[in-house]
Design a protein around this ligand. Structure first.
Ligand code: NAP
Length: 276
């Protein structure tokens, strides 16, 4: 199976490189149809993975000052890939996000069928527009929606590393995605050539504050932080943030189970503890 990865130098792209070590990893601007077409014609992949996108450094506030680049990469890019892969009959995978929702949908969580209800930041808007565009082509692309990805490494993009640097930590429950579990799900769905949208999150929401309480217990008992409420979030973030719970029952119907959030967070923290 010939795999081609766009965005292979990014945080999640690196995981796909490890999953498919033989993959082709061209340096191509995914919003440029000519460059994409040339890469597809030259390498003739069976599977394309789009891990490219503007996520902002140090965080999504960056996207507020780089709107054009954000929409080009996150909205135009997936539209170009849909067109170019469809023309050639190539199966492809897009990394979507749960950040297009706000709230817990009355305790049920948001399913793949629920329309987005959060456009409070340029990043969320750009992801929401791509998600809803790709939703119109349920047979042509697999969209994997992640939410606050984390692992057991010191990588600054890891949710746990990131929030361990914060003095004030938000206490609002969210769905989160343990990347080692996510990669297993991605591998299985790709193997089956599944298409359509899938929420890929661990079972049960948790708040970043609760994660830090466990961090203090398992990794660093001297770690200090204070609780930040939703009302106070505007004091530390320039733009709006999605806080949401996703329903992952569609995955269960496929026979795919993610670990509980409790188990996944503990596994990641123990790995971080061993690394220290
Ligand atoms: N990390 C998260 O919290 C999260 C959560 C849910 C979904 N996702 C989605 O997962 C995908 C990957 O995220 P990530 O965390 O791995 O981000 P990342 O570490 O920022 O990596 C993204 C990579 O894509 C490249 N890129 C940006 N625009 C491009 C373009 N037009 N053409 C080709 N490459 C381009 C970036 O290169 P430059 O640095 O040179 O721009 C970077 O190497 C994104 O679509 C993101 O929205 C991420």
């Amino acid at each position: 199976m010939q795999v081609l990865i766009f965005g292979s130098n990014g945080y999640l792209g690196g995981y796909f490189r490890k999953l498919y070590p033989q993959a082709i990893t061209p340096r191509v601007d995914i919003s440029n149809a000519t460059e994409v077409a040339e890469a597809l014609d030259e390498y003739k992949p069976d599977v394309v993975i789009n891990a490219a996108g503007k996520t902002g450094r140090p965080n999504v506030d960056w996207c507020e000052d780089h709107k054009e680049a954000t929409f080009k990469s996150n909205t135009t890019g997936p539209q170009v890939l849909l067109d170019e892969c469809k023309k050639r009959g190539i199966y492809w995978v897009h990394l979507g996000s749960g950040c297009i929702y706000q709230g817990d949908n009355g305790g049920k969580g948001f399913s793949e069928e629920d329309p987005p209800n959060f456009e409070g930041s340029t990043y969320s808007k750009s992801k929401s527009q791509a998600d809803q565009f790709l939703k119109q082509y349920p047979d042509d692309v697999l969209v994997l929606r992640l939410r606050m990805p984390f692992d057991g490494t010191a990588e600054p993009r890891n949710l746990i590393s990131k929030i361990s640097k914060y003095e004030r930590v938000l206490d609002v429950r969210n769905s989160i995605t343990y990347i080692p579990d996510f990669m297993k799900v991605a591998e299985q769905l790709i193997e089956k050539r599944a298409t359509g949208i899938y929420n890929v999150v661990n079972q049960g929401p948790i708040s970043p504050y609760e994660i830090m309480q466990k961090y203090k217990e398992i990794v660093d008992p001297s770690h200090e932080f204070v609780r930040l409420t939703l009302d106070e979030l505007g004091e530390v973030a320039k733009t709006g943030r999605s806080n949401c719970v996703l329903d992952s029952s569609k995955l269960e119907v496929e026979g795919i189970e993610m670990k509980t959030t409790e188990e996944a967070v503990r596994e990641a923290l123990e790995a971080m503890n061993n690394e220290e």
